[in-house]
Design a protein around this ligand. Structure first.
Ligand SMILES: Cc1cc2nc3c(=O)[nH]c(=O)nc-3n(C[C@H](O)[C@H](O)[C@H](O)COP(=O)(O)OP(=O)(O)OC[C@H]3O[C@@H](n4cnc5c(N)ncnc54)[C@H](O)[C@@H]3O)c2cc1C
Length: 503
């Protein structure tokens, strides 16, 4: 008889796991608290304007392709992916603009124009980080359920490449002489809600990945990937219940046997997969925890949060698809977003202007503009409901002074703000830390919550809170790892359950 898998949450982690397991013949049912699928990768509409809630950069599209392939599908049958070239525009406070590309020749010519002293250093960066990436990638694709997993030959081989005790900014100093060049290769820690001066040097792999494989858009928004996954799940007979929050995981003798829904109904299954935000789920859905107690969860480090402005604008602007404004207090700001007080400046603002690539997102001549500002998570006791309107004005003023969007405010016809409070309310994100537990080395690999629950048997974790971490490509990896663990536990199979090329 088919085994039944219950998945809590229809975010990218839950959907990709469901896609893999339905393809392998499991009977999968997903319970999602929100009215729609996609989680932080969902979409929403403001009048005639369409917005992605969260992700706007698709990196490593080969991973997304691969997960559809492992589920027996071709991603291109469901979504259209476009390469964005140049990758983005970075605007520094002195007016300097930098437009890197995944095309090596173009980037070299751009660096010769803006940071001529760093041309050779860039070539060295690409070569060294490429060597490093090829060794480290495998480490991210394997599970860490036992401490001895660190002794696997590929991990030992990759260890010198991890450069564990170094920070990203320090590593970049070994390549680049110009500060702004280093900023251009380190603002990417905003994707994991950390400061480049505090994050591990391993994250130089993010700019490497962007410069090597590019950043990509999906027609209709990146939410289309999650929607396509939901379609695949349903094609394979999986069931998705939206607007159906789970209240508790039911366990017997420390083994998960089902879930209690918010309406009081009990649903039983053979395996339970938690996709809801990890720390929220431990705190609210799992009783009698041994490891992830309230005290343990409280003392862990969490990523920063984000302040969001989603603007329906009755004008189109001739600016790049992705725009980053880096202010003169970048370092202070990036340090402050991981602290517990209100930041004194706003020195990193991201503006998404997707209509230059994708006309489906706004009526003709209009644009859907999304502004993201990293801010401290809710460990900082900020009264967002009181300060959000001032904060919004501060961000719009900064955009006005630093970019050519001088009349943006006058052209806004639809508007939505999201603060750390809204991430908690709408998506059950613990502390509003939208990039999950921080990605410091002491919370990575074996030290991150395991893909197989450490609290309950027959319970597995997928998504940004488990190994390998936050971000779409890594979440897809977590789905493969956790699905393989389920299949192995179920069948006793010791080898790889999916395509052997995966590892
Ligand atoms: C503003 C922002 C920008 C980002 N930009 C990028 C980017 O450009 N590129 C990139 O790769 N990544 C990006 N990310 C990261 C990426 O969006 C997240 O890592 C990813 O969406 C998290 O997926 P997940 O499956 O772990 O969790 P989620 O997307 O949060 O999914 C979990 C689901 O569980 C549901 N749930 C919670 N509690 C319950 C319950 N009790 N019962 C039932 N359901 C429940 C939630 O409603 C949600 O749908 C961004 C994130 C944010 C917030």
């Amino acid at each position: 008889m088919k085994k039944k898998v219950i998945i809590v949450g229809a975010g990218p982690g839950g959907l990709s796991t469901a896609m893999l397991l339905t393809h392998k013949g499991y009977d999968v049912v997903i319970f999602e608290k929100n009215p729609d699928t996609g989680g932080r990768n969902d979409r929403f509409q403001l009048g005639a304007f369409t917005f992605d809630v969260g992700p706007t950069f698709l990196m490593l599209p080969q991973f997304a392709n691969e997960i559809f392939a492992l589920a027996g599908k071709k991603m291109s049958d469901y979504v259209e992916i476009k390469n964005i070239d140049p990758l983005y525009r970075i605007k520094f406070n002195d007016g300097t603009e930098f437009f890197p590309s995944s095309d090596l020749e173009k980037t070299i010519s751009e660096i010769s124009r803006v940071f001529p002293e760093d041309v050779d250093n860039y070539i060295r960066f690409k070569k060294t980080e490429g060597y490093r990436y090829n060794r480290v990638e495998k480490c991210f694709k394997a599970p860490y359920t036992r401490f001895t997993d660190f002794l696997r030959p590929f991990f030992i081989e990759a260890l010198p490449q991890m450069d564990m005790f170094n920070t990203l900014q320090n590593r970049l100093k070994s390549y680049f002489t110009n500060d702004r060049m280093r900023y251009a290769m380190s603002f990417q820690t905003k994707y994991i809600g950390m400061s480049p001066w505090k994050s591990p040097s391993a994250y130089s792999l993010i700019p490497y990945i962007e410069h090597k494989w590019g950043v990509h858009h999906v027609t209709g928004g990146l939410n289309r990937i999650s929607k396509a996954m939901a379609e695949v799940v349903q094609e394979y007979g999986g069931i998705i219940h939206t607007s159906t929050p789970v209240r508790k995981i039911i366990s017997k003798n420390r083994k998960a046997i089902g879930v209690t829904l918010e309406n009081g109904e009990n649903v039983y299954g053979d395996y339970v997969v938690i996709n809801a935000d990890f720390a929220y789920a431990m705190s609210n859905l799992v009783d009698n925890r041994k490891k992830y107690t309230e005290a343990n969860l409280r003392k862990r480090e969490y990523s920063a949060s984000t302040f969001m402005l989603y603007l329906g604008v009755k004008k189109q602007y001739d600016i790049s698809h992705h725009n980053l404004i880096i202010g003169d207090q970048f370092r202070d700001y990036m340090d402050e977003i991981t602290m517990t007080k209100e930041p004194s400046t706003t020195s990193l603002v991201y503006i998404h202007n997707p209509v230059v690539t994708d006309k489906t997102l706004a009526p003709e001549g209009n644009s859907s503009i999304y502004v993201l500002v990293p801010v401290p998570n809710k460990k900082a006791p900020l009264p967002w409901d009181e300060i959000k309107s001032d904060f919004r004005n501060r961000v719009l003023d900064l955009i006005k002074t630093q970019t050519e969007l001088k009349d943006l405010e006058n052209n806004i016809i639809e508007e939505k703000i999201m603060t750390p409070d809204d991430w908690v309310r709408d998506f059950n994100v613990y502390n509003g830390a939208v990039f999950n537990l921080s990605h410091a080395m002491n919370q990575m690999f074996y030290f991150r919550p395991h893909n197989k629950s450490e609290e309950l048997d027959n319970c597995y974790i997928v998504g940004g809170g488990t190994h390998p971490g936050s971000g779409l490509p890594t979440i897809y990896i977590s789905a493969v790892i956790s699905s393989e663990l389920i299949i192995k536990d179920d069948t006793g199979d010791k080898g790889r359950c999916f395509d052997k090329t995966w590892l």
